[in-house]
Design a protein around this ligand. Structure first.
Ligand code: SF4
Ligand code: SF4
Length: 917
C-alpha cells in the first residue's frame, strides 16, 4: 500500500497501521502507550492524526493503513487536541520536590522520558491541572525504582509483565484518582513475584520505572549476545560517556533469534566486566608470590612449562568464551601438544545427552528451535528448572500453555513451572529410567506409537521393546512414587498431544500435533545419566515426535556457548564438528593444519583431574573455567590440582583455581572482544566488541595463539604459522572450511543476516530450523535399551539420612564467579539458602532463616534454612553458587557415569543439623 503522511510517500505491507508509516518516516509523533514490540493498547490517545476526507481525529496506532490515504500529523486540529491530551497527562505527574515545571518539562524526573520530549515539542510547561494524590516511591528492588508520581497509567508496564514476561507481578490497582501501578497486596515490589527482569523498566515512557543508575550520556549501543545462559538472547549494550556499560542492557526487538526480552542477568548483570578485582596484567609466580610480568615474559614462562610436559598435559576450554577462542585452544592441543586431551564443561552438564544422541541419531545437538516450543501441543520438561536457569525459554513455555499446550513437568523439586503444569510428576531422585520406560510401555500397549515412523526411520525396535518387559506401571509406581495413572496420562499426552486450539482431550486428528521433549541436568548429572538420556530418546522415537514443526528433542544447554565449544572441537572424543578420528577425516585436518592430529580419543576432564593424582597429568591449561568450584567433591579436586607441576590459568579474575596457578594470563570479557557464540538451538550469533579491554587484557584467541607459537618454537615444531590469524573472522573461516555443517557461515554473513542455525552447508543455505525431517546422519535412528542400573552411587543411611539435590538460582550463574560481582544480583540473593521440607525442619527445630550445617562424607557447609514444600521430605536442595564461602560441591560425590564420565551432582547422602549460635 502507498499512502502519504505529512506530504511524504510511504509504502507499507498489508496489515500495517498508520503509526507504522509514521515511524517508518521517523516523524516525531507521541505514542506513549505503544510498545514497539506489542500490539497497540490505544490507551494514551497521544498519537492522534488527521486523515483527509474523514471527520474527527484518529489514533494512528489503531488506524489501519489504506491505499491512497492522506494523513497529517501536523494538522492544526490534531496538534491542538494532542496538546490537550498531553497537558492532561502531565497533570497526572507530580513535580519532584523543590522543582518547578516552568518553561519546558525537563529536567523533572529525569525529563519524564518520551513524555517529556513530547510535551516539550508541543510547547507545554506548567500543567493545566493539579495532581490529586501523592504516592511513595517504591525503591525496594535492587536495580530500579517505581516512582508512581511520574506514572501516566498508560499500562505498558503491566502488559510487559503480563503478556511479554507472562509473570503478572504488577497491575493497575485502585479506582479513579487513586489508580496506581502496584503488586498483589499493594506491598513493596521486593515482596512480590517480580523477577527483576526489567521489561517494565524498558518499556515505561515516562521514567516512572527507572534504573537506580544516575543520569548518563550514552555514546553508542552495540548489539551482541548475552554472556550467561545457552538461550543466547540478543543484547544491546549501551556504552556511557565514561566508557562503562550502562546498568541496563536492552533487548534486541523480537526477531528470529530472540524473543525481544531478557531476564534479570542479561538485562542488569553485565557490570562484572568493570569489577575492581579484574586482573588486567599478566602475572607469573616467583618464589610462591605473584609478580607482574610483561606479556612476552608471561607467555614464555607458560610456554616453557607446557612444552616440558607434552604427553602429560590437558586443557580445559571455556564454554563462556567464543567459538573462535575454543577453536584456537583445541588446535593448540592437537597441533602443538599432539593430544586430544581437551574438554570443557559439557562433561559436567550434558555429556550423557550428547553421547546418547550421537549413538542414537548421529548428532549431539538439539533437534528443534525455540519456535517449536510455542507450536507444540505438549511440552514435557524433565529435570530442568527453566524459570531459574533459562528464564526466556520459560516464557516460551508459559506462552505455549496460555495457547492451550499441555505442560508436563518431571522434577523431584517443585520448580516454578509446576504452577503452570497440567501434570507434575515428582519421581524419587535416580528413578527416571523406570518412569520413562513405563511411559514407553503405555504408548505401545495403548496403540499410541507412531509405527510408521518406527518402521521406516528406526532400528533396534524389537530388542528395545523386549527390554521394557519389567517396566509395568505398577513397578514404576513402586520405584518412583509417581501414581501409575499420572505416568499413563503423561504418556498419552506426549504421544498424542492436542492440536493447539482443540478443546480438551478430544480425538486427535492428522497430521499429528507435535510434542517437545526438553530436559536439563536433573536427568544427566547421575551415574545413570546415559541410561536416562537413552530412555528419553527412545520415547521420542516410539512416538515419532521429531522432524516436523512443534516436535523435537532439546537438552537445554547451560552456559552461553556450551554448544559452540563442543562444535569447535573442545571435546576429547571428536574433532571440530563432531568429526571422528577416521583416516579420511584425519587426512583432511592434516591438510588444513599442516600436522596430522592424534587419532585416538583423549581424556575427559574428570580423567584429567584424576590424572593429577597418579602422575598422568603434570600440566594443565585452564581457560575461563574454575574447576575448584565446578568439580564435584572439591576437597578431592583441590588435592588433585595441588599435585600439578605446572598450571596456566587464563581468565578475568583470580578465582579458586587461578590462586593455584603458576602463570595467570588476563583475558578480555565478552563485551571487549569479537567472535561468535552458538546457542541451545544451534544458532550461531555474533559477539561484538563494545569496550576496549582493560589494562593489558587480551582476547582469549590472541593469547592462545601467542602461546601456541611459543610452545611450538620450544618444541622445534614448524607449525607457528598455523596460529597467525588477523582476527577472529579468519579463525571462523578456517573452522567453517573444516566443519561441513558450518561451511555456509562467516562473520560477514552473520552481520548481514543475523544469527543462523546450523547445519548451513553453503553460503546460500538459509540454515536449519529442525533436524531429522527426512533422515538421520546415521541413516536410521537406533533404539538403545535403557537400564535402571542403580538409584544412585550413594543413598541415605543412618549417618547421612537426607538426599542432597543441587542446581542453580535465577539471580546467580552457576558458581557465581561473575554474578557475585554484580551488586544488584548479590542483593537479590545474598546468602546460601538450603531448601528443606517443613516436616524435616520441624524435627530439627529450625525455621526459615536459621543457620544449618549440611555435611556429607566429603565435606560440609553452613547455610540458612529455607523451609518449603518445594522439596520432598527427606531431601534438601543446595544451589551451586558459592555464597558466604559455602559451595555445594564440597558435598557432592565424584562417582561418575561410567560411559559419559559425568559426575553424580544430583544425588548424594547428607546429614543436616541446626547450628547453635
Ligand atoms: S521487573 Fe519484570 S517481573 Fe518485575 S514487575 Fe517488571 S516486568 Fe514484571
Ligand atoms: S535467558 Fe539466558 S541468554 Fe537470555 S538474558 Fe537471561 S541469561 Fe541471558
Amino acid at each position: 500500500m502507498r499512502l502519504t503522511i505529512d506530504a511524504c510517500l510511504v509504502e507499507l505491507p498489508e496489515g500495517a497501521t498508520v503509526l507504522d508509516g509514521v515511524n517508518r518516516l521517523a516523524i516525531p509523533l507521541p505514542q506513549l502507550c505503544k510498545d514497539p514490540d506489542r500490539a497497540p493498547l490505544g490507551a494514551c490517545r497521544t498519537c492522534l492524526v488527521h486523515v483527509e476526507g474523514q471527520r474527527g481525529l484518529s489514533a494512528a496506532c489503531h488506524l489501519p493503513a489504506r491505499e491512497g490515504m492522506v494523513v497529517s500529523t501536523a494538522h492544526p486540529d490534531a496538534v491542538r487536541v494532542r496538546r490537550g491530551v498531553l497537558d492532561l497527562t502531565l497533570s497526572m505527574l507530580t513535580p519532584a520536590k523543590g522543582e518547578s515545571r516552568g518553561g519546558s518539562v525537563p529536567p523533572l524526573h529525569n525529563g519524564f522520558g518520551a513524555l517529556g520530549d513530547a510535551a516539550a515539542r508541543h510547547g507545554l510547561g506548567e500543567p493545566g491541572f493539579a495532581p490529586l494524590h501523592r504516592f511513595d516511591v517504591d525503591a525496594s528492588k535492587s536495580f530500579f525504582v517505581l516512582d508512581r508520581e511520574a506514572c501516566i497509567l498508560c499500562g505498558r508496564c503491566t502488559v510487559a509483565c503480563d503478556e511479554v514476561q507472562q509473570i503478572g507481578a504488577i497491575a493497575l490497582l485502585g479506582r479513579g484518582h487513586t489508580t496506581r501501578v502496584g503488586v498483589f497486596g499493594d506491598g513493596p515490589m521486593a515482596a512480590s513475584v517480580c523477577t527483576s527482569c526489567g521489561q517494565c523498566v524498558a518499556t515505561c515512557p515516562t521514567g516512572a520505572l527507572a534504573t537506580k543508575e544516575g543520569p548518563a550520556t550514552i555514546v553508542r549501543r552495540v548489539e551482541t549476545t548475552c554472556p550467561y545462559c545457552g538461550v543466547g538472547c540478543g543484547l544491546v549494550v549501551p556504552v556511557r560517556e565514561d566508557g562503562r556499560l550502562a546498568l541496563m542492557a536492552d533487548d534486541v526487538p523480537s526477531n528470529k533469534s530472540s524473543l525481544g526480552t531478557l531476564c534479570v542477568k542479561g538485562r542488569f548483570g553485565t557490570g562484572f566486566v568493570h569489577s575492581r578485582d579484574r586482573i588486567t596484567h599478566p602475572m607469573v609466580r616467583r618464589d610462591g608470590r605473584w609478580v607482574r610480568a610483561s606479556w612476552d615474559a608471561a607467555l614464555e614462562t607458560a610456554a616453557e612449562g607446557l612444552a616440558k610436559h607434552r604427553g602429560r598435559f590437558g586443557a580445559l576450554a571455556s564454554a563462556k568464551a567464543t567459538n573462535e577462542d575454543g577453536y584456537a585452544i583445541q588446535k593448540l592441543c592437537r597441533v602443538v601438544m599432539q593430544t586430544n586431551d581437551v574438554d570443557h564443561c559439557t562433561r559436567l552438564c550434558h555429556s550423557p545427552s550428547v553421547e546418547a544422541m550421537l549413538a542414537c541419531m548421529g548428532s549431539g545437538a538439539t533437534s528443534n528451535s525455540y519456535q517449536d516450543y510455542e507450536e507444540a501441543g505438549c511440552l514435557m520438561v524433565v529435570g530442568a528448572d527453566a524459570s531459574a536457569n533459562h528464564p526466556v525459554i520459560a516464557i516460551r513455555f508459559r506462552r505455549a500453555v496460555s495457547r492451550g499446550a499441555r505442560l508436563i513437568v518431571v522434577n523431584p523439586k517443585r520448580v516454578d513451572l509446576c504452577d503452570q503444569a497440567d501434570l507434575w510428576l515428582q519421581p524419587r531422585p535416580g528413578t527416571d529410567v523406570a518412569l520413562f520406560n513405563a511411559m514407553a510401555r503405555v504408548i505401545l500397549d495403548e496403540d499410541l506409537a507412531n509405527l510408521a515412523f518406527v518402521r521406516t526411520r528406526t532400528a533396534g525396535f524389537e530388542d528395545w521393546r523386549a527390554s521394557l518387559r519389567p517396566f509395568t506401571l505398577e513397578y514404576a509406581e513402586r520405584m518412583t512414587d509417581v501414581p501409575a495413572s499420572d505416568i499413563a496420562q503423561a504418556a498419552r499426552w506426549y504421544a498424542r498431544p492436542p492440536r493447539l486450539g482443540d478443546p480438551g482431550d478430544g480425538p486427535r486428528s492428522t497430521p499429528p500435533a507435535g510434542s517437545c521433549l526438553i530436559w536439563g541436568m536433573g536427568i544427566t548429572q547421575h551415574t545413570n545419566g546415559i541410561h536416562n538420556a537413552h530412555a528419553l530418546l527412545n520415547l521420542s522415537l516410539v512416538a515419532g515426535q521429531m522432524g516436523f514443526p512443534g516436535s523435537g528433542i532439546s537438552p537445554l544447554r547451560g552456559q552461553n556457548n556450551v554448544q559452540g565449544c563442543g562444535d569447535a572441537g573442545c571435546i576429547p572424543t571428536n574433532l571440530p564438528g563432531y568429526q571422528t578420528y577416521d583416516p579420511d577425516t584425519l587426512a583432511k585436518f592434516a591438510a588444513g593444519w599442516g600436522v596430522r592430529p592424534p587419532g585416538t580419543t583423549g581424556r575427559v576432564v574428570t580423567e584429567m583431574i584424576e590424572g593429577c593424582l597418579d602422575g598422568q597429568t603434570r600440566a594443565m591449561y585452564v581457560v575461563g573455567e574454575n574447576p575448584l568450584l565446578s568439580e564435584p567433591d572439591l576437597h578431592h579436586a583441590e588435592k588433585a590440582i595441588d599435585q600439578l607441576d605446572f598450571l596456566v590459568v587464563q581468565d578475568l579474575f583470580m578465582h579458586e583455581t587461578a590462586e593455584r596457578a603458576h602463570v595467570f594470563l588476563p583475558a578480555a570479557a565478552f563485551a571487549e572482544k569479537d567472535g561468535t557464540y552458538t546457542n541451545s538451538e544451534r544458532r550461531v550469533q555474533r559477539v561484538r566488541q563494545a569496550l576496549p579491554a582493560p589494562g593489558e587484557a587480551r582476547p582469549d584467541w590472541w593469547i592462545t595463539c601467542e602461546l601456541a607459537k611459543r610452545v611450538a618454537r620450544r618444541l622445534t615444531l614448524d607449525v607457528g604459522g598455523q596460529f597467525d590469524y588477523a582476527g577472529p573472522a579468519e579463525i571462523f573461516d578456517e573452522m567453517a572450511r573444516l566443519t561441513p555443517f558450518l561451511t555456509g557461515l562467516s562473520h560477514a554473513r552473520l552481520d548481514r543476516e543475523g544469527g543462523i542455525q546450523w547445519p548451513c552447508p553453503t553460503p546460500d543455505h538459509p540454515g536449519t530450523r529442525y533436524l531429522y525431517a527426512e533422515s538421520f546422519p546415521t541413516g536410521r535412528a537406533r533404539f538403545i535399551p535403557a537400564l535402571q542400573t542403580a538409584e544412585a552411587a550413594e543413598l541415605p543411611d543412618h549417618d547421612f539420612p537426607f538426599i542432597l539435590n543441587t542446581g542453580r538460582l535465577l539471580y546467580h550463574w552457576h558458581g557465581g564467579t561473575l554474578t557475585r560481582r554484580v551488586q544488584g544480583l548479590l542483593e537479590l540473593a545474598p546468602r546460601l539458602e538450603v531448601a528443606i521440607h517443613p516436616s524435616d525442619a520441624r524435627r530439627l527445630g529450625v525455621d526459615t532463616g536459621a543457620r544449618i550445617r549440611v555435611a556429607s562424607r566429603r565435606g560440609e557447609l553452613t547455610g540458612h534454612a529455607h523451609v518449603t514444600e518445594a522439596v520432598r521430605p527427606g531431601a534438601v536442595f543446595v544451589p551451586f553458587v558459592k555464597l558466604e564461602e559455602s559451595a555445594a560441591n564440597f558435598l557432592t560425590n565424584s562417582a561418575f557415569d561410567p560411559s559419559s564420565k559425568i559426575p553424580e551432582y544430583k544425588v548424594c547422602a547428607v546429614r543436616v543439623e541446626r547450628v547453635r549460635e
